[in-house]
Design a protein around this ligand. Structure first.
Ligand code: HPA
Length: 267
């Protein structure tokens, strides 16, 4: 708690007490979304006390404060993954900090592998629910200041916002898929047997992020909206590779940005 408070105090001081309404976590290759923000402040992770620093290629490390459609937002350009060796407390640290800064909503994006065989590379999937196969970030003494010991996970991905996203996508002619995201540790991509296993347990897409941040946001009662860019189809014959993931992410990122901007406008 001390670490979280110190980070949020330092951010308030550095941003002239900027009050974000929406928090946004930008996934692999989707950092370009930051161009949609009228930037007021940019803080590098390394300049924020207790903030981890990201190590993966394609992941910048800064918090961007500014406006989208007149609303105050804070965006994480670069997130922390469990496979990098961070603890789950470190992975979710920025979400606690953003909540202390006052966010009322969390938007999360990621690159994911398609498990649902009707998905195509470059599809956007609205996350309707998740399956957590990472360690739970709430293991350990409960931080009662933030939320209950046994948080409810119904409506984990806010139904009303999903409905709004659907309406916007129709209007903007953006094709959407819907499905369950399974969060795994990585860093290996899945074997064919593992993709089949994820399909069998009810997943539509698989990735190595998002679930920890959403669990921690829901612990604090912050509504979430999540979207995956399908960068590869696990059950097809093509191989996953990080460069391809970044490229597909970038292309679909433009459509995702349009959807996010419209959603934020209508929140
Ligand atoms: N598996 C896990 N994570 C991913 C994948 C995948 O196939 N594609 C992009 N992120």
């Amino acid at each position: 708690m001390k670490h979280i408070l110190k980070a949020s105090d330092a951010i308030r001081e550095a941003t002239n007490n900027f009050k974000p309404e929406v928090g946004i976590i930008l996934g692999t290759g989707l950092g370009g979304f930051a161009d949609s923000i009228d930037v007021e402040y940019r803080l590098e992770y390394k300049d924020i006390p207790n903030m981890p620093v990201s190590t993966v290629e394609g992941h910048k490390g800064c918090l961007i404060f500014g406006k989208i459609a007149g609303k105050n937002v804070v965006a994480m350009q670069g997130r922390f993954h469990y496979y990098e060796g961070y603890t789950m407390q470190q992975v979710t640290f920025p979400v606690r900090v953003m909540a202390l800064l006052g966010i009322k909503f969390l938007f999360v994006s990621n690159a994911a592998g398609g498990v649902n065989t009707s998905f195509c590379v470059g599809d956007l999937m609205v996350i309707t629910d998740h399956i957590n196969l990472l360690p739970n970030p709430l293991i350990g003494p409960n931080m009662a200041e933030f939320g209950p010991r046994f948080p409810d996970m119904h409506d984990c991905y806010n139904h009303a916002t999903i409905a709004k996203a659907t309406a916007i996508a129709e209007r903007e002619h953006i094709k959407l898929q819907y499905g369950v995201y399974v969060g795994t540790t990585g860093p290996t991509f899945e074997t064919q047997a593992e993709y089949r296993y994820f399909k069998a347990i009810g997943a539509d897409a698989v990735g190595m992020s998002t679930v920890p941040e959403v669990i921690v946001a829901r612990h604090m009662g912050v509504p979430c909206f999540g979207m995956s860019v399908i960068t590869n189809c696990g059950l097809s014959d093509e191989k996953g590779d990080h460069e391809d993931v970044q490229l597909q992410g970038k292309k679909a990122g433009e459509r995702m940005a349009r959807l996010f901007v419209n959603l934020i406008k209508e929140l």
